[in-house]
Design a protein. Structure first.
Length: 426
C-alpha cells in the first residue's frame, strides 16, 4: 500500500501574521515604560470554502482566524454572545498550526458547553435557554484551571512566535455576532476591530442537497489498482497536524479514483445517532452519540479544496452532506453514491441513497472522501475518536464495526434497476 504525505498548505493558510511589536517608550531616565501589546491589523479573518477553499473545509461551517504574536504577559480577551447554532468553539494553535496543551495542562480548545456565561446570562449548550447570552474568554499564558481560558502557547515558545485563535460555528441559525477582541499587556488595553470582510463571506444558506462546514486531514492511502477496475477505496484514521485541526473532531478518509464511465462509487455504513437541526441544545444528551457528523468529497491535489460545483440556477452543489440531509434506511444505514452532476438526477431517483458530487471541473481526477465525528459521547465505543490516529483500514474497521464506511464501484444501471442492494460493499 502506498503512503501519501499530507499536502503542504502552509502558504495558503498563512492568511496574515500579527503586526510587529510596538517599541517600548521610555518612562524617564534609566527607566522603561511597560510595553504595549503587539496587535494584528484586524480580527477574525474568514476561512471557509467561500472565502478561501483550502484545508478541506466542511461546508456546513464557518471559521474565523485571529492571529497574534506571543509575548510574555499577554492576554487576549474575547467578549461574545452564544450563537444559535449546532456547535461553536474557540481553539488556540501554535506556530505550526497544531493544537497543544498549555504549560498548566490546559487544553487548547473551549467548546460551547464548557464556556461559563457571564453573571445574569445563560449558556444554551448547558441548559435549555435562549441563545444570545454573554460570555468572556481569555487567551493567556496563565490558563491553568481558570474558567473560560485558553493557553497562549506551548511551554518554551519564544516571544515573537506566531499563534492563532480559531472561532468555529457549525450550522448557524440566523445572524452570527463575532466576539469583541481586546489585547492586554502591562496595563495597556488595545481594542482590535473586526476585519472589513469578516462577515461578508459568512455562512451561506445551503444550496440544493448541500450541507454547510474540514479541516485537519490529509490524503489517505489508495490501494494499488488492478488491470480490470479502479482500486476499492478503504478508509483509515487520520489526524490533522499543521492544518488547524479541530480537537473536537475525528476523521477517517480515503483517496479514490474517479469511477469509470457509466459507474458510480457507493459508500455505505451505519450512521451514529447525532444531534439534529441548527439550534443550540444542551450537551451531552442521553440519546446522542455525537454532536455532528458529515461526509465530504474533496479534490486530492492542490490546497485541499472541497468540491463546489456551480449550478445553472445560481446555487452551488458542495461536496459535503451532513447528518441533517443524509437519507437513512430503517436500520440507520446510509448509502452515498458519488458521481457526476450529469448522473445526479438519476442517482437521486433511487430510494434511500444520497448523492455526492465529483468535481464538475475535473471529474476524472483523484478525489478524497472524509467522514467526521464531532464530540463523541463517553459511552460511544465505535466513534472515530476511539480509533488511534494512524490506524490502517483493518484496525479502523475493527473498532468502528458497522459504522465503518465500506465501498464498491457499481454500474449506475444496476443501481437504478435494483436499488442499493445491487451494489454490495466490502
Amino acid at each position: 500500500m502506498t503512503h501519501w504525505k499530507p499536502l503542504v498548505l502552509a502558504a495558503a493558510l498563512a492568511l496574515s501574521t500579527a503586526a510587529p511589536a510596538t517599541a517600548a517608550q521610555t518612562g524617564g531616565p534609566g527607566r522603561e515604560a511597560p510595553a504595549a501589546p503587539a496587535v494584528p491589523d484586524c480580527a477574525w479573518q474568514p476561512l471557509g470554502y467561500r472565502s478561501s477553499n483550502v484545508a478541506y473545509p466542511d461546508t456546513n461551517s464557518q471559521y474565523w482566524l485571529l492571529h497574534y504574536t506571543v509575548q510574555k504577559g499577554l492576554t487576549i480577551e474575547l467578549d461574545g454572545r452564544y450563537p444559535d447554532a449546532r456547535y461553536a468553539s474557540f481553539a488556540s494553535y501554535d506556530a505550526s498550526r497544531d493544537s497543544f496543551t498549555g504549560p498548566d495542562g490546559a487544553p487548547s480548545v473551549l467548546t460551547d458547553h464548557r464556556i461559563t456565561p457571564d453573571r445574569g446570562s445563560h449558556n444554551p449548550y448547558r441548559e435549555h435557554s435562549r441563545p444570545g447570552g454573554k460570555f468572556s474568554v481569555s487567551v493567556t499564558d496563565r490558563a491553568g484551571d481558570r474558567r473560560n481560558t485558553l493557553p497562549l502557547a506551548p511551554t518554551g515558545t519564544p516571544e515573537g512566535a506566531e499563534g492563532t485563535v480559531v472561532y468555529r460555528v457549525y450550522m448557524p441559525h440566523g445572524e452570527i455576532r463575532l466576539p469583541k477582541v481586546t489585547f492586554l499587556r502591562d496595563g495597556h488595553r488595545v481594542r482590535v476591530a473586526a476585519c472589513d470582510d469578516a462577515l461578508t463571506t459568512g455562512v451561506a444558506a445551503p444550496s440544493r442537497g448541500t450541507a454547510r462546514g474540514a479541516e485537519g486531514t490529509g490524503p489517505a492511502p489508495v490501494p494499488p489498482a488492478t488491470a480490470s477496475e479502479p482500486p476499492r477505496p478503504a478508509f483509515l484514521r487520520l489526524g490533522g497536524s499543521g492544518l488547524y485541526p479541530n480537537p473536537d473532531n475525528a476523521y477517517v478518509a480515503t483517496g479514490f479514483d474517479a469511477p469509470p464511465p457509466g459507474q458510480v462509487l457507493v459508500v455505505r455504513g451505519k450512521a451514529p445517532a447525532g444531534t439534529t437541526g441548527d439550534r443550540a441544545r444542551p450537551w451531552p444528551a442521553p440519546e446522542d452519540q455525537v454532536r455532528y457528523w458529515s461526509m465530504c468529497n474533496n479534490l486530492w491535489w492542490g490546497p485541499g479544496e472541497v468540491v463546489a460545483n456551480p449550478l445553472p440556477d445560481g446555487t452551488v452543489d458542495t461536496g459535503c452532506r451532513t447528518d441533517h440531509d443524509t437519507r437513512l434506511a430503517a436500520d440507520g444505514t446510509y448509502t452515498y453514491v458519488v458521481g457526476t452532476e450529469e448522473q445526479r438526477a438519476t442517482v437521486e431517483s433511487v430510494p434511500g441513497v444520497t448523492f455526492l458530487p465529483l468535481s464538475a471541473a475535473t471529474p476524472t481526477d483523484k478525489h478524497l472522501l472524509i467522514l467526521r465525528n464531532m464530540l463523541a459521547a463517553p459511552g460511544f465505543a465505535e466513534a472515530i475518536q476511539r480509533v488511534p490516529v494512524g490506524s490502517e483500514p483493518a484496525h479502523t474497521a475493527e473498532v468502528m464495526g458497522d459504522l465503518y464506511p465500506r465501498t464498491a464501484y457499481c454500474d449506475l444501471t444496476a443501481l437504478t434497476g435494483s436499488g442499493p442492494d445491487a451494489c454490495p460493499v466490502g
